[in-house]
Write a new protein. Structure first.
Length: 631
């Protein structure tokens, strides 16, 4: 054990030195937020559709990365062990490569891609609503019936109607509004160089099923709301178009992007074209520039477009981890990172205030350009980073108090916490026949965010289960524990992530280690430990809603499991020693498991590899191990 402790100390010192060297001059850390190839592909399609050749070197680097990520069977996948590949991302990739002009029909990799796509059902088999929308907007397929079920005048419905725009989650409606604008105008934007994808045409559409019947009920609710609007249909339509346009324009960030997300910014640009904006309109030009600025260097001489750069998230977590490693609050790196975070605390009321009107702004977002769309997880991460200096100045104290108050105000009526909004849980919307609607249409309480919030409130804000809001959060977690002892994680992969968050949150809030719920959670983690001592879970757990082992160990998942087990045990046990040994070894390895995506966005469609995760979570776990082992 002494040898292992020595290696732990050495690794903490190495990681600390590495991070100090990587800090930017503004106090931030900037690691790549790798979302696969879909955003790269859609950006190429957008530029070609706009006939914009300003970013040609970037197009070539994106093209080359997409080619590099192709599987041997010709398709593209969202994660390494996605056995059958992913048809939607394969169609996106194939379309972009062809449209870029740097690949042709006769190239070997394109023939392989075509064979994979047609074997999987062609364009008709595409399930991603984002992919369907881009295909329709560029004239490659009819507009999806699922989008046409939702009337554009939805943007006019007040909250008192059976269904309103604000019943959708913030991340759903920011994509939905531009989709509705395009669908209303039946946009089919084609240029002289637009590829013809008719060789990938869909098979016959399947017959209506039970989900479609449920969707018709939702549509009936929307039509009932539509019938309550006063005015001629033509006037209502015109008013809805104007409202939708203003909705988008009002949410453009200083960098030109919509809500600081690449995916909805791409949709917005197409929607503005549908509204009659010229391709070189200043709003479109600035939005495209904002998207291009989201690039980061990928493998070799290739690039990728991040869906939303993670500077705030990474900086907050790394600043906190370095303080756990031993850097004092007045260390230059901590002072600079704290200054970066404090400058970016939100001061503006965003859409979150519709359901939480009495709270003052005080949260943080994910990206540096994000000024109106805070979330609970980024806010508690920032608060952890500044907690040690919260009493050092009036500015720090005011920022801490505003952030804490905002987090507490975001607790849902059921006791848990969601990501972006309060009490956003109208289950009816999850029945829409849009792939991913079950996970994305609403923003309800979830175990990972509830656990993470409790961990912050208990460990850093000094609150515990004697406070009613802490007790309600704990009770929510206990009610939502899975039968096998785990918890589902919405924003990480997946049951390991949720279980880590729940266990560390409950322990920080004062729940005793002997509590039945904690015992069942730790037993589950011990049962799924790999033979090599680490932990690893497949992204397919996310869509299947059951734990699926990866067949290998990853740095972040091993660190999460270790952190949870150590939080629930007073002294390290044999399983923890083995796990720490494997974690240290993983930090020296470089293969597909060390870059496996362990961040989640949308089950079955969107996963993320955070470059920062192979440092953040291992450093925190090693610090906890050192502290326990030296007691």
């Amino acid at each position: 054990m002494n040898g292992l402790l020595h290696h732990t100390e050495s690794e903490i010192e190495r990681l600390t030195a590495e991070l100090l060297h990587q800090q930017q001059s503004d106090g931030s850390w900037r690691f790549c937020f790798d979302n696969g190839t879909t955003i790269d592909a859609l950006f190429i399609i957008l530029l070609r559709s706009l006939e914009n050749d300003k970013y040609e070197p970037l197009v070539r680097r994106l093209h080359d990365r997409i080619v590099r990520r192709q599987r041997q069977d010709g398709g593209w996948s969202l994660y390494e062990d996605e056995a059958a590949g992913n048809l939607s991302s394969s169609v996106d990739a194939y379309y972009a490569l062809l449209y870029s002009g740097y690949s042709s029909h006769d190239d070997g990799h394109m023939r392989l891609g075509r064979r994979f796509i047609t074997a999987g059902g062609g364009i008709g088999g595409v399930t991603s609503v984002l992919s369907k929308t881009i295909l329709a907007a560029t004239g490659q397929r009819p507009w999806p019936k699922s989008i046409n079920l939702i009337p554009l005048p939805l943007v006019l419905f007040p909250p008192s109607f059976p269904v309103s725009l604000y019943d959708f989650s913030s991340y759903a409606r920011i994509h939905l509004v531009p989709m509705l604008v395009m669908a209303e105008s039946k946009l089919a934007l084609r240029t002289e160089t637009t590829p013809d994808l008719s060789h990938l045409l869909a098979l016959d559409a399947p017959a209506m099923n039970d989900t479609d019947a449920q969707a018709r009920d939702i549509a009936a609710n929307m039509q009932a709301g539509l019938s309550r609007l006063i005015g001629r249909p033509a006037l209502i339509r015109e008013t809805a178009i104007k409202r939708a346009e203003q909705f988008m324009l009002d949410r453009i960030e200083v960098d030109g992007t919509l809500y600081s997300y690449a995916s909805c910014t791409i949709l917005m640009i197409f929607a503005l074209v549908a509204l009659g904006y010229e391709n070189d309109h200043p709003v479109i030009t600035k939005a495209v520039a904002g998207l291009a600025a989201m690039r980061c260097k990928a493998h070799g001489d290739t690039s990728t477009i991040q869906n939303s750069p993670s500077a705030i998230w990474d900086t907050a977590l790394l600043s906190h981890a370095l303080q756990e490693a031993g850097l004092p609050p007045d260390h230059e790196a901590i002072v600079r990172s704290r200054g970066f975070l404090l400058r970016l605390q939100h001061r503006i009321r965003g859409d979150w205030s519709v359901r939480n009107p009495n709270a003052e702004p005080g949260g943080w977002g994910f990206s540096e350009s994000n000024t109106i769309h805070p979330d609970v997880d980024d806010t508690t991460a920032a608060l952890r980073a500044i907690h040690s200096s919260r009493h050092s100045s009036a500015r720090n104290r005011e920022a801490w108090n505003r952030g804490l108050a905002w987090v507490l105000s975001m607790q849902n009526k059921d006791g848990g916490w969601g990501a972006f909004e309060k009490n956003n849980d109208k289950q009816l919307l999850t029945l829409l026949p849009i792939d991913g609607a079950k996970a994305a249409a609403i923003d309800p309480s979830i175990p990972d965010l509830t656990g993470r919030t409790l961990e912050y409130l208990g460990r850093y804000a000094g609150l515990d289960i004697r406070h009613s809001f802490i007790r309600r959060g704990m009770e929510w977690l206990i009610r939502h524990q899975e039968k096998d002892g785990s918890w589902y994680g919405r924003w990480g992969i997946c049951y390991i992530y949720g279980t880590w968050a729940a266990l560390t949150g409950m322990r920080a809030a004062g729940v005793p280690a002997g509590h039945d719920s904690i015992a069942r959670g730790t037993e589950w983690l011990l049962r799924i430990q790999n033979e090599d001592g680490g932990w690893g879970e497949s992204c397919s757990s996310d869509a299947r809603r059951r734990y699926v082992p990866l067949g290998g160990s990853t740095p972040s998942q091993t660190a999460w499991a270790l952190d949870a087990l150590m939080a629930c045990r007073e002294q390290p046990a044999h399983a923890i020693h083995r796990g720490v040994g494997r974690l240290i070894a993983l930090l020296r390895e470089h293969d597909w498991r060390t870059v496996y995506p362990t961040g989640a966005g949308l089950p079955g469609h969107f996963y993320a590899h955070y470059e920062s995760y192979r440092v953040i979570w291992p450093l925190l776990a090693l610090c906890r191990y050192r502290n326990l082992a030296t007691l």
